[in-house]
Ligand binder design. Structure first.
Ligand code: F6R
Length: 592
């Protein structure tokens, strides 16, 4: 996790470093820091907490054309001043910011200690700075020192480096963690992703694994293992420009309410003039595949569960794996198996590990479904399909989930040549818009449950998958302990946790399971829980809490999930939580 930025050139460096870091705060926000080269001297400013706190630490006028910055999600060492980046080497030759995890840092630290190096933080990053210094003292070349360091260091890294004796250039290296260079006018930039640079650059360079190099005001040189590399230029989505709150108090609320337009945009991109316009070869592969296996984490895992249902509904064998599990226990079920990796960010380390493993076998095609053009997962899969949901800034994923499910629905329909899917999705938007109109009713429910310590989400079939996502969302932003269960499973243990006034949220979108799940509601009510039921009209009874329009249950679940997104949002709001940046979390989980 963590976000890094760097700049070299004439542009207003203070502004870029601070605002750039603010736009990367979704990657981590435990502490922040900036280092600049001013009058041949490196100055380091570091704070525990959010990036905005740096503003008052840094003089309003700084005279620099070289700087690096970092916003941290702690992996090694608590969020404290001593652990804030940038970190410097013992003799101050190298000052660096780092995103990633160094696997052999303890081993390297021990051997550097034997050589007399001392350490002033608990981080793995400080080890990199000292390896660079150690190697520089042997080679007298910064680039050779970086190349050697890349061989010594195992693990993931995206680093930006200032070398004490060079006030004109910025150095960098990358392995596994994302790193992008922005090409500007008399100024060049570097960042973990395009967001900090999107307003000033139209041209970007994707840095690939094990590449390193040097960035000057006018010149960028990239190397791998001592050999000069050709830059791989890309452009970025114009959608990235839409990153303002647009009058909303929180990104999460804005993003929930963007869901119907995201779905329409998906259709505009994939269903044109009555025809699907996915990659034809990809659709052929899906048609012939006997087994479709999904790999994902968190909310994307929950969307994949719906994808599995869609695939099974058209006669395909299908599995869903949690990426961090599959990575250690890989399973290949069939020769004709295709893997779909679902990831909003396209940079989730666990999913990348799985993709690398599948690619190593060279036997199974892969499809990445992601919101992030140019991301590692998009680049390295056989095929990819973008979500076009626009940047998702709130840490809790909302619109990306609905876009993932809708895209999977379109894919399923394309496989069986069903041309009604886009109409159905657009009709389903009516249901979603009605929920948006009635969000105050959900706020009232939130008001009733906001002081709960525990909550339960129940469903059966697809509604169980809805319950899983609803429960994850509630716990991550409200900090209320919450669990999801299939209704029938309660009696086998979890019902012991039900107490007087425990809120139980239940979902019914399918008449086949309506009676059974109502039985489960009665069981918890008998133990004095309070049931809040979210049901579609045809399944409703007079005591239900929130009744939604009827629609095909394969799609109306998009509405059920939306109600749970609003519920979590309002509970967190009423509890006074930091909704867009919940504690301990980061948007892009780039460490395993
Ligand atoms: C929850 C949430 C996370 C992510 C998970 C995977 O609101 O956002 O559970 O879904 O970290 O992230 P991606 O989809 O970027 O791979």
């Amino acid at each position: 996790m963590c976000g890094i930025v760097g700049i070299v050139g004439n542009h207003d460096s203070r502004n870029y470093l601070l605002n750039g870091l603010k736009s990367l705060e979704y990657r981590g926000y435990d502490s922040a820091g900036i280092a600049i080269m001013e009058n041949q001297e490196i100055k380091n400013y570091r704070v525990v907490g959010r990036v905005h706190l740096l503003d008052s630490e840094i003089p309003s006028l700084i005279n620099t054309s070289l700087g690096i910055g970092h916003t941290r999600w702690a992996t090694h060492g608590a969020p404290s001043k001593r652990n804030c980046h940038p970190h410097k080497s013992n003799d101050g030759l190298f000052t660096i910011v780092h995103n990633g995890v160094i696997e052999n840092f303890q081993e390297i630290k021990n051997s550097l200690r034997e050589k007399g190096y001392e350490f002033y933080s608990d981080t793995d990053t400080e080890v990199i700075a000292n390896v660079l210094e150690d190697e520089y003292k042997k080679t007298n070349s910064v680039l050779d020192a970086i190349n050697n360091a890349l061989k010594i260091i195992h693990g993931s890294l995206a680093i930006a480096i200032i070398f004490k004796n060079d006030s004109e250039n910025l150095y960098f290296a990358k392995r596994k963690s994302p790193l992008l260079i922005g090409v500007g006018d008399k100024t060049n930039y570097l960042a973990s992703d395009a967001l900090p640079m999107i307003k000033t650059c139209v041209k970007f360079i994707d840095i690939l694994d094990n590449q390193y190099g040097i960035i000057g005001e006018h010149d960028i040189k990239i190397y791998q293992d001592g050999v000069k590399q050709k830059a791989k230029y890309t452009t970025r989505n114009a959608e990235l420009l839409n990153i303002d709150l647009g009058g909303y108090p929180h990104y999460m609320l804005k993003e929930i309410e963007e869901i119907p337009s995201c779905i329409s945009r998906l259709i505009d991109n994939y269903f044109i003039n009555g025809k699907y316009c996915f990659n034809e070869e990809m659709i052929e592969k899906l048609k012939t595949a006997k087994c479709v296996s999904f790999i994902a984490c968190g909310t994307s895992y929950h969307a994949s569960l719906i994808g599995k249902h869609y695939m099974e509904s058209i006669g395909k064998m299908s599995n869903v794996y949690i990426a961090s599990e599959w990575a250690y226990f890989p399973k290949f079920i069939d020769e004709d198996e295709i893997f779909i990796l679902v990831s909003q960010s396209g940079e989730t380390a666990d999913v990348i590990t799985c993709l690398k493993k599948i690619n190593e076998f060279k036997t199974h095609p892969t499809i990445t479904i992601t919101n992030t053009k140019g991301s590692t997962l998009e680049r390295d899969a056989t095929y990819s399909a973008l979500l076009y949901a626009g940047v998702e800034i709130a840490v809790a994923s909302t619109k990306a989930y609905n876009a993932q499910v809708s895209l999977l629905y379109l894919l399923k329909s394309a496989i069986i040549d069903d041309y009604n899917a886009s109409k159905k999705l657009l009709d389903n938007n009516i249901l979603l818009n009605n929920i948006i109109e009635r969000k105050d009713e959900i706020k009232e429910i939130a008001n009733k449950v906001k002081d709960a310590h525990n909550a339960f989400f129940l469903g059966r079939g697809l509604d169980y998958f809805v319950a899983m996502e609803g429960s994850l969302k509630l716990k991550e932003i409200s900090y209320i302990h919450s669990e999801a269960f299939p209704g029938g499973e309660l009696k086998h243990g979890p019902i012991a946790l039900i107490e007087e006034n425990t809120p139980v949220f239940g979902f019914i979108s399918n008449k086949d399971i309506a009676l059974a799940i109502r039985g489960n509601f009665s069981e918890v009510k008998a133990r004095k829980a309070i049931v809040y039921s979210f049901v579609t009209k045809e399944n409703a009874i007079s005591t239900d809490t929130f009744v939604m329009d009827d629609f095909d249950p394969d799609l109306s679940i998009l509405g059920s999930v939306m109600t749970s997104q609003y519920l979590s949002y309002y509970v967190a709001l009423l509890r006074g939580n930091d909704i867009d940046k919940p504690r301990n979390l980061a948007k892009s989980v780039t460490v395993e």
